[in-house]
Design a protein around this ligand. Structure first.
Ligand SMILES: *Cc1c(COP(=O)(O)O)cnc(C)c1O
Length: 404
């Protein structure tokens, strides 16, 4: 609601530390955690006015000052007029679908997007008559060819999980706007530190705060960043009635995480590049996918679009004569780790190693996986903040036993 009286023109690093609602009368330096569902009204007139207008605080499903601080800070970092929190990244996408689409509308998505995102559109909202077309992550012509008169939304994620495929945000924005549709971008992997999609023409930025924004693997959170009009007219009414609201506690954890996002992203990117280059030099490794490497097919676009940084996630491939042999090698390398965590999150200080074919992409058929470029020998590493040589040593425990 009320902005702290900060001077104009502050830079993103400063906004990430300073943007929040006004301090309370106690003058706390670290932002307060308002762990309350209800707000006491001074009198019935004021209460009636607040309920009618939505201004001021009434009930935490509508707004809460700690959640407002999170929203203001994220909007400042993304360079959008407004933002709105959600219970999780998927909750934010649900809010976007409910706010923007109706039965008979058409959406174009990359088929390399986060699996739950694809399911939410095609399976859950397919039931309600929302139509979806899946296209190539990298071929802009496929997006253009998929457009229909009833296309309302294009939704892209860049770079993708786990192969770090990059799409051209500016080109997709042009296609969307040429057809009167909106472009939304899932900015989970790059974060506003590397990439600000609205500066490239996107209309909506979606976040899973669960990942780098929190940065320490503690809480679930999500958000949409957009114009004030979209947030107040399309998204806020959905949260208020459907209830995928961000908890104040989680908002506070992520709010504090965002203060260190810039320094953490720098370290994640440096560590990932170091490990990716090292992996490329290992004879046991058939291929490394990391958009920060010159060998990556969209390296130039990635560098242009992502402030010259590759991000914190990479994948590498162990080749074998059969899928079974490849899986055995991958499991051996993963299970030999004594430092890295076998888990499915990312954006944590702790490096996480995972086997996409049996976890994030486990529900696909072998043929669909092959089409997506994910083999049984593919290993994803979400590089954390440990010393990169300790990460390399941990990977070497398993790699050293494999033939080239
Ligand atoms: C994790 C993730 C999501 C979903 O976010 P949750 O907070 O887990 O609901 C969406 N998109 C991407 C790219 C993700 O990595």
């Amino acid at each position: 609601m009320t902005d702290r009286s900060l001077p104009e023109g502050l830079r993103p690093e400063t906004l990430a530390v300073r943007t929040a609602v006004e301090r309370s009368q106690y003058g706390e330096n670290s932002e307060a955690l308002y762990l309350t569902t209800g707000f006491v009204q001074p009198d019935s007139e004021t209460s009636a006015r607040r309920f009618a207008s939505g201004d001021g605080y009434t009930y935490a499903r509508t707004s809460n000052p700690t959640v407002t601080s999170f929203e203001q800070r994220l909007a400042a970092m993304e360079g959008t007029e407004a933002a709105i929190g959600a219970a999780s990244g998927m909750g934010a996408i649900l809010m976007m679908i409910m706010g923007l689409l109706r039965s008979g509308d058409h959406v174009v998505l990359s088929r390399s997007m986060f699996g739950s995102t694809l399911n939410l559109f095609a399976k859950e909202f397919g039931k309600f008559g929302v139509e979806t077309t899946f296209v190539s992550q990298t071929d802009v012509d496929e997006w253009r060819a998929a457009m229909r008169p009833n296309t309302k939304l294009l939704f892209a994620e860049t770079p993708t999980n786990p192969l770090t495929e990059v799409c051209d945000i500016a080109a997709l924005a042009e296609i969307a706007h040429g057809a009167g549709a909106l472009l939304a971008v899932d900015n989970c992997f790059a974060t506003p530190i590397l990439q600000r999609p609205t500066e490239l023409g996107a209309d909506i930025v979606m976040h899973s705060g669960t990942k780098y924004l929190d940065g320490q693997g503690r809480v679930m959170a999500g958000a949409l960043c957009a114009s004030r009009q979209l947030v107040t007219e399309k998204f806020a009414p959905v949260v208020r009635t459907a209830g995928m609201v961000l908890s104040p506690f989680n908002a506070w954890v992520v709010l504090k995480g965002m203060e260190t996002l810039a320094v953490r992203m720098k370290a994640h990117c440096e560590n990932a590049l170091t490990v990716a280059r090292w992996l490329e030099a290992q004879p046991q490794v058939a291929r490394v996918y990391y958009c920060g490497l010159a060998s990556h097919p969209q390296h130039e676009l990635a560098m242009r679009q992502q402030s010259g940084q590759g991000g914190g996630v990479l994948s590498f491939v162990l080749a074998g004569d059969t899928p079974e042999a490849e899986r055995a090698k991958a499991f051996h390398v993963i299970d030999s780790c004594r430092v890295l965590s076998i888990a499915t999150n990312l954006g944590d200080t702790k490096t996480i190693i995972s086997h996409p074919a049996t976890t994030s992409h486990g529900r696909l058929t072998e043929a669909q996986r092959q089409a997506a470029g994910i083999t049984q020998g593919t290993i994803r590493v979400a590089v954390g903040l440990e010393h990169p040589e300790d990460i390399q040593d941990d990977l070497m425990r398993g790699l050293s036993a494999l033939g080239a």
